[in-house]
Design a protein around this ligand. Structure first.
Ligand code: UD1
Ligand code: CA
Length: 477
């Protein structure tokens, strides 16, 4: 929670078209290391301790609302329509009625929706300064090498912020300023509302700029204060796919540094791995080149991951696991599991300790007991495998009835084994310690301790091959 003395809310501006992305998808739904830009912003405002986030939506509103409904953020939120989109100041105007209607007075964080690396700590520092300096507006700026299209922070000779000038409206001298506007602010509310009411759109873009409130405050409306963010990339806005890639790289670098320096993880080739900050990796684990690890992933200590591993979603992995050239999605793996090379552990699996999933094996919604091996060329789906079982090469659970569209379950008991190339037609159970002969198609339950073989008996014809050879030699001569 925040230490703020006053109620705290946030407004997230996300109604713009994002023209420069050249995309059919709303800009804020593009993903940075597995999570949408918007969700990263919402995480930050949630972490700052806001009681509510007001989202201003316009372009792609339906897409964004559908996304929020299917994966709701932790923060409580309300959406507001901005139609047409007449600039960032106009966007904030759309929230005024809701704020005054609910009698909100306090600190109002306003942030653009396209700056996904924003951290809760930075917002807390912004609010802290805002309160300490009893400011009407506190703006978050940063220093960059290339100020690109950012608004420039113009200071007077005594160093006080005087105005923010948009790049498109800037003079040549202003364009050279490297302190830029993050478009993240804290406003004293409702006092700042008067500033919105006097906004004009007499600028190059004919928009109502939120940035003009800075000039308004500096001109005497109230205290204006400014916090300079330490790392520019923390507040970097994404306007194009190149910037999306750039921001993603920065988040990766930051995450790799933290894992290496704080968590004691060896990352063999930092440039080639893509690890989201949500991922937790235990001490003395090694991440080899070419891995992508995104989502709320938890990997234990002393694991060997990669090369060439994708781990996505809610994955929990114990200690001392090895995963090589494989894909692991939304699954649980106990200690000492070995996966791959070339295994596909799909969603919903729960592997106990020391399970072996070998090459060209696909697992889906399957629970596997400890020390069970599925070592080669198998598909096991909607199944429960006991412990100490051995699933022979090429075993298939035929779990899907295409006609009824039903998925059926397979159960294999402790210590049971299936021979190579067996098909288990679900629903079916193979009892504890039972054996399925190689090449069998199993359609009936196999009792514990039994042998089930379902294949044609082998036929032997003594001398058949030799006879055929000599016949063919005679016919050629
Ligand atoms: C804005 C700032 C600029 C700052 C930069 C930081 C203004 C006028 N400019 O510029 O000073 O350096 O952010 O990233 O504020 N939006 C709306 N409704 C609108 C227009 C925009 O909701 O009518 C939203 C967009 O969806 C976006 C955000 O506001 O999330 C910023 O808009 P964008 O067009 O990206 O502004 P910038 O040119 O980046
Ligand atoms: Ca932007």
């Amino acid at each position: 929670m925040t230490n703020s003395k006053h109620p705290l809310r946030a407004v997230v501006l996300a109604a713009g078209q994002g023209t420069r992305m050249k995309s059919g998808m709303a800009k804020v739904l593009h993903r940075v290391l597995g999570k949408t830009i918007l969700d990263r912003v919402l995480d930050a405002v949630h972490g700052a301790g806001v009681e509510k986030a007001h989202l201003v939506l316009g372009h792609g509103k339906d897409q964004i609302e559908a996304h929020l409904q299917s994966s709701p953020p932790e923060v409580s939120y309300e959406t507001h329509l901005q139609e047409p989109q007449l600039g960032t100041g106009h966007a904030l105007m759309q929230v005024v009625d809701s704020l005054s209607g609910s009698g909100f007075t306090g600190n109002l964080i306003v942030t653009v929706g396209d700056a996904p690396l924003l951290r809760a700590e930075t917002l807390k520092a912004l609010v802290k300064t805002h309160e300490e300096e009893d400011a009407l507006i506190t703006v978050l700026s940063t220093i960059v090498d290339d100020p690109k299209s950012y608004g420039r922070v113009v200071r007077s000779e005594d160093g006080k912020v005087k105005a923010i000038v948009e790049a498109k409206d800037a003079t040549e001298a202003e364009k050279r300023i490297c302190e830029v506007n993050s478009a993240i602010y804290c406003f004293k509310w409702p006092e700042a509302e008067a500033g919105l009411r006097q906004l004009k759109n007499d600028n190059v873009q004919k928009e109502y700029y939120l940035t003009d409130l800075i000039g308004w405050a500096a001109a005497g409306a109230g205290n204006l204060s400014c916090v300079v963010a330490e790392h520019w990339w923390e507040v970097a806005g994404i306007n194009s796919r190149l910037e999306l890639a750039e921001v993603t790289r920065h988040l990766r670098d930051h995450t790799v540094r933290k894992l290496a320096l704080e968590a004691g993880v060896t990352i063999v080739d930092p440039e080639s791995v893509w690890i989201a900050p949500e991922a937790e990796i235990g001490r003395d684990s090694v991440i080899y080149p070419g891995c992508e690890i995104t989502g709320p992933v938890k990997i234990g200590s002393e694991c060997q991951i990669g090369p060439g591993v994708t781990i996505r979603g809610k994955v929990e992995m114990g200690d001392r696991c090895t995963v090589l050239h494989s894909v692991v999605l939304d699954s649980i793996l106990g200690d000492d599991c070995r996966v791959g090379p070339f295994a596909h552990v799909r969603e919903g699996n729960n592997l106990a300790e020391a399970v072996r999933v070998g090459n060209f094996v696909e697992l889906k919604k399957t629970t596997v007991g400890q020390k069970t091996n599925v070592s080669h060329l198998s598909y096991v789906g909607d199944a429960v495998l006991g412990s100490g079982a051995n699933i022979g090469a090429g075993t298939i659970t035929a779990n899907y009835d295409h006609i009824t569209k039903r998925k059926c379950n397979t159960t294999i008991g402790d210590g049971a084994s299936t021979g190579s190339n067996s098909v288990l037609v679900a629903p079916v159970t193979v009892g504890d310690g039972a054996v399925v002969g190689a090449g069998s198609v199993i359609t009936k339950d196999v009792p514990a301790g039994a042998l089930a073989v379902s294949r044609a008996k082998q036929v032997q014809k003594e001398g058949w091959a030799d006879k055929r050879k000599s016949e063919s030699a005679t016919s050629i001569s």
